[in-house]
Design a protein around this ligand. Structure first.
Ligand code: HMG
Ligand code: MG
Length: 299
């Protein structure tokens, strides 16, 4: 079966822009976010409170968060890699946050500059602090279907990390295929391990499309009851610390095209998503990586 309804968690302004060399101006980011929040997606991940030396594109995080127009019914989560980032996010008015759990020692060191256990302890501390502040928190589990440096990840180990973060009190676990290496078989094996600890309604999937497996993996997850799909308009995205094999997220336009075809409502408007994707690739001087967006504009 398929879920009755699917929520689209749009990543364009954060994952989508974090690796881009062209620095997008603050007003253009704000315009992009305001376009996205008008498409009908349930959440727009707005920015990240990371170190500007590590991710220069996110140096204007507080200004962006203050300047956007917040629409009712849309969430504006921000990524926080550590407690310092969490505090800065709250000071800038964040009402929803996302933390990162990483099961691979090498990727943890490269991405967060700490060990797996230090990173998990920090994520759990943020989850507790966010609960105390009444701020909802989601937790990413990176490398869920493979690590750019260590290769295959043990599904049971990934699931134990997901369970720890869920039990700490986050509202959602986002299983992230950081370098898009997984196939539907890997997704299936992982979900079988995770579902006993985390209900399907509290799982999201975050599929980078590096190997062209994202839509197939998403379909697999939907069949297991997952109802929240991460994606980025124009297929932008990638983690700058995951090496050269890291590429874009699955394109939101492609996900919505598929769900429209399946008759599963998302609330998101395909044409408005295409407009937002075209706007941002114009700013970046880049090609549109959404197959559905490109095809629809040729008709
Ligand atoms: P660090 O250097 O280990 O930090 O960086 P530190 O605690 O040692 O502090 C050093 C200095 O940085 C201090 O300043 C701190 O105040 C400052 P000083 O005293 O020297 O003047 N500092 C900060 N400044 C601003 N914001 C902060 C912050 N924290 C400390 N949050 C840190 C640790 C985590 C900050 C660094 O490693 C970092 O910024 N990493 C970037 C992580 C990132 O953005 N990765 C990409 C996003 S994750 C991703 O893409 C994966 C995902 O999409 C899912 C998937 O696909 O897998 C989510
Ligand atoms: Mg990502």
């Amino acid at each position: 079966g398929m879920p009755d309804r699917v929520r689209i968690y749009e990543l364009g302004p954060r994952d989508g822009l974090q690796s881009e060399q062209v620095l997008v101006s603050t007003p253009s980011k704000v315009r992009f976010i305001d376009m996205l929040s008008g498409t009908g997606v349930y959440a727009v991940e707005t920015t990240s409170f990371v170190h500007p030396k590590w991710v220069p594109q996110m140096a204007d995080n507080a200004e962006v968060l203050r300047a956007i127009t917040r629409r009712d019914g849309v969430e504006y989560p921000v990524l926080v890699p550590n407690l310092k980032g969490f505090e800065r996010a709250l000071a800038a008015g964040a009402a929803s946050v996302a933390v990162i759990g990483i099961p691979s020692e090498t990727f943890s060191r490269k991405n967060l500059n700490c060990s797996v256990e230090e990173g998990v302890q920090s994520a759990i501390a943020i989850i507790h602090r966010s609960a105390a502040s009444g701020v909802p928190c989601r937790a990413y589990v990176s490398c869920a279907l493979g690590c750019p440096f260590e290769g295959a990840m043990d599904a049971a180990t990934v699931a134990r990390l997901a369970a720890r973060l869920y039990e700490a009190g986050c509202y959602e676990i986002c299983l992230a295929d950081t370098i898009g290496c997984g196939t539907p078989r890997d997704m299936e094996l992982l979900l079988r391990e995770v579902l006993p600890a985390v209900p399907a309604a509290s799982i999201a999937v975050h599929c980078h499309d590096t190997y062209g497996q994202a839509l197939a993996n998403i379909l697999c997850a939907l069949r297991h009851g997952v109802r929240t799909i991460d994606s980025s308009v124009a297929g932008l995205g990638g983690c700058p610390f995951a090496g050269p094999a890291a590429s874009g997220n699955v394109a939101t336009e492609d996900v919505v095209y598929m769900l429209n075809g399946l008759g599963v409502p998302t609330g998101a408007d395909f044409e408005l998503l295409v407009d937002a994707g075209e706007f941002i690739i114009g700013e970046l001087g880049r090609r549109n990586s959404s197959r559905a967006a490109v095809a629809s504009r040729k008709r």
